[in-house]
Design a protein. Structure first.
Length: 94
């Protein structure tokens, strides 16, 4: 499977219904995240309504999701500048 097809499959698999009552959490794909690839970016951290709780910045450079605090609101996904977004919301196994 080529890269484009794989990314498309990932995007379809990870789509979460906004009205879903399932527990969801954000996850960062470090291979696509600008911050983890030597480009300063803090948009997910800045746009998170739970800033400093659900997303923290390790060493002031790298976003880290605190899954126990993340409510899966998708604000981080909406503002991620990469295509496809380097951050996605997935269902938890609760």
């Amino acid at each position: 499977m080529n890269l484009f097809a794989r990314l498309k499959d990932e995007a379809q698999t990870d789509l979460i219904d906004a009205n879903s009552q399932d527990a969801c959490v954000a996850r960062i794909a470090e291979d696509r995240c600008l911050a983890y690839n030597q480009t300063l970016c803090t948009l997910c951290f800045e746009k998170c309504p739970l800033q400093g709780l659900a997303i923290v910045m390790k060493d002031f450079l790298f976003p880290v999701i605190i899954e126990a605090k993340c409510n899966g609101c998708r604000e981080c996904v909406n503002f991620c500048p990469t295509t496809p977004p380097a951050i996605r919301v997935v269902r938890t196994n609760n």
